[in-house]
Ligand binder design. Structure first.
Ligand SMILES: [Zn+2]
Length: 212
């Protein structure tokens, strides 16, 4: 899930207008900002399929730190405490809630690869909407559009444009427009994920902050 996480950030931004929008925008994506860094460092493991660009062919074989509910949220708490100390306790709280929301939303789309605890004898969960890629493409877009309209009813157009634009950029991972995978390595996938999330966050922050 990509644009869907940003939609939940909009909910948090409208609920907590005193918190800088960039905090929920980055918070909802904290696990997806963490895994690329950990993959590049060789700590977490992901493999891509050179024969298919589809998202359900990406195998997150090990990502207990970024994508477990318990351990991942504990790591988010460390950053949340930093925000509470340097910004405000509310900002820290919103960041941790945002990060935990990522795991909950990911459980809908991911195939069973999301660890619950992150260590010991663990189980992995995921309802696997990604196994129905065309359906997933539509559901994520609808989810984004509905939450955007509900949370920013008078300012929905630019946010819908950003969402649709990034969803279309991401369309190959749902629709398999190219036969082979244009990404040649897990590291390339990691860098693309980082760039995509940071770009979306900065553009959305610019648009939302401009209205305040
Ligand atoms: Zn994720």
């Amino acid at each position: 899930m990509f644009i869907g996480h940003f939609a939940f950030a909009y909910v948090l931004i409208s609920l907590f207008p005193g918190v800088p929008p960039l905090i929920p925008l980055l918070g909802v994506n904290f696990p997806d900002l963490l895994w690329p860094v950990l993959v590049l460092l060789g700590i977490e493991k992901v493999s891509i399929d050179p024969e298919s660009p589809l998202q359900d062919h990406v195998k997150f074989t090990s990502y207990p730190y970024s994508h477990s509910l318990v351990l991942g949220t504990l790591i988010a708490c460390v950053f949340g405490l930093g925000l509470a100390f340097f910004w405000s306790p509310l900002a820290g709280f919103v960041f941790v809630v945002a990060s935990a929301s990522h795991w909950l939303l990911d459980t809908t789309f991911h195939i069973k690869d999301l660890p619950v605890i992150g260590f010991g004898s663990d189980r992995k969960v995921g309802f696997g909407i990604w196994s129905y890629p065309k359906f997933a493409f539509i559901i994520e877009l609808l989810f984004y559009a509905i939450l955007t309209v509900l949370t920013f009813p008078s300012k929905q157009i630019p946010l819908l444009v950003i969402g649709v634009a990034f969803h279309l950029i991401n369309a190959n991972s749902f629709l398999g427009l190219t036969k082979k995978n244009p990404l040649k390595s897990a590291n390339a996938y990691a860098i693309l994920a980082l760039v995509g999330i940071l770009a979306f966050s900065l553009v959305a922050n610019f648009v939302i902050s401009g209205w305040k």
